[in-house]
Design a protein around this ligand. Structure first.
Ligand code: CP
Length: 326
């Protein structure tokens, strides 16, 4: 069991080795049990977490804030717009100064080709752990919660489980590509046969694809890519269809809109779910564009695990905070 996590950053999914992620999951399951039993677990008494948001959030903010309170500490919600960042505070200054006030800095900065760089710049200047609450490249805590949820439903041995990470149609906004990228990076280390489905305009970053292929070779799992959503769903144990923007193809709104509008049919409905295994679970990180990405019938149906998935954000985040910030 690898436990050497104190003081470490968690910015990319592969920052923690597979063995270290196993440790995080063990602790997360223990914390979930403790919370269910009402057992105190104040591992971070008197510690404080800065939560710096450049982007809106429901689950991430709520779960980090509640998690810190349950660990006996405090989380400070800091909206970037009410800081002096717009008036010149640099990433270095945030890292240096918050590093002296707090015991951890969590950041959500999803701007394309900027967010990950910003979080790493803060981390370089900080003397305390920096945690990625989602950037333009990764959403590592979401992926840990997803992995925990898959294990709860399919068991700890995920070999030969077909997990489909699929693009889906949505109109609300051009969503980051961080969730599918984190999923293909992490799940290929945990035995799953991963299938990535998307229309041609919705490719992921080539370097992330290369890392996922390397993982697949190393861990002897499948990693296939298709542009056929129906074919991807056939025989699936887990489906995770969600929207993301065509960021590798275009960053202009009009061209992006045109690309998205070609693929109305990429919805998860009962017909598509019936192509998967009868015990297949439906996953989504939320928020979802209801009746565009997924029908109400599926997201509210018996195969959906979206609320367990959202809950598990709390447990994995508490595990990482307790292991890195103690
Ligand atoms: N899934 C997720 O990160 O949700 P929020 O954007 O609401 O934090």
């Amino acid at each position: 069991m690898q436990t050497h996590l104190r003081g470490r950053d968690f910015i990319g999914d592969l920052d923690f080795s597979k063995d270290e992620v196993e440790t995080v999951l063990d602790v997360a399951f223990d914390l979930k049990r403790k919370r269910a039993l009402g057992e105190p677990h104040a591992y971070l008494r008197d510690k404080a977490l800065a939560m710096l948001f450049f982007f809106t959030s429901t689950r991430t903010r709520g779960s980090f804030e509640a998690g810190m309170a349950q660990l006996g500490g405090h989380a400070a919600f800091i909206d970037s717009q009410t800081t002096q960042i717009a008036h010149g505070d640099t990433a270095k200054e945030i890292g240096e100064i918050f590093g002296r006030y707090f015991d951890g800095i969590a950041i959500r900065q999803c701007d394309w080709q900027f967010g990950n760089q910003y979080i790493n710049d803060v981390a370089r200047a900080s003397r305390i752990p920096v945690l990625n609450m989602q950037c333009d490249i990764y959403h590592p805590f979401q992926c840990l919660a997803d992995l925990m949820t898959i294990i709860e439903n399919k068991g700890r041995d995920l070999r030969r489980k077909r997990v489909v990470v699929s693009w889906a149609y949505a109109v609300s906004y051009s969503k980051p590509i961080s969730v599918p990228q984190s999923l293909i990076l992490q799940l290929t280390r945990f035995g799953c046969d991963v299938v990535l489905a998307h229309p041609p305009e919705f490719k992921l970053m080539p370097e992330i694809m290369d890392q996922a292929r390397d993982n697949a070779r190393r861990y002897h799992v499948g990693f296939d890519v298709t542009d056929d959503m129906d074919a991807a769903f056939k025989g699936a144990d887990v489906v995770y269809p969600k929207s993301w923007g065509p960021l590798l193809t275009t960053t202009t709104n009009d061209e992006g809109r045109t690309a998205i509008e070609k693929y109305h049919s990429w919805i998860t409905d009962q017909r598509r779910m019936s192509r998967a295994r009868a015990d297949c679970i439906y996953m989504h990180c939320l928020p979802a564009d209801r009746n565009l990405e997924v029908t109400d019938e599926v997201v509210d149906g018996p195969q959906s695990v979206v609320y367990d998935e959202a809950e598990n954000r709390l447990h994995v985040q508490k595990a990482v905070m307790a292991l890195t910030m103690a």
